[in-house]
Design a protein around this ligand. Sequence first.
Ligand code: ATP
Length: 132
Amino acid sequence: MHLKIITHDKIVFDEDVNEIYTKGVGGEFGILKGHVPVMSALDVGVTRAVQDNKVAMFTTMGGIFQFKDDNALILTDIAESGSDIDVTRAKSAKERAEARLADKHAEVDAKRAEAALARAKARLKVALNSSD
Ligand code: ATP
């Protein structure tokens, strides 16, 4: 089966894959060859594409996942691979968001801080290639 990941600017990934794991708004899900058609809104998270000898990982930040006839398409605002990600920046963003969420006195937009935290965590997961 095939996976294509497209942002506003470019085609980030366009290759044959064996398995796809991504994060929809309803939670994480996986797709294997022959799966029934799927259309899902994506959450901020990580998309993993398992190929013969490697696993390709990308952040995928919102957008749409479509699967039909063994062709998967992700249209998303942001899709980054490990080499695109500045780990120091992502760590700072994570710390900033955590500090905002921990500060009970400040006027904090919690939803905004949680979204920033989710983006930073997804970036660190891809950059550090960990599974948690
Ligand atoms: P920050 O607070 O560090 O700007 P953010 O979560 O607010 O992080 P986004 O709004 O998600 O940043 O992204 C804005 C732009 O910056 C996008 O083009 C994104 O790819 C890029 N970007 C954000 N964080 C990183 C990072 N750690 N490494 C590389 N590019 C990043």
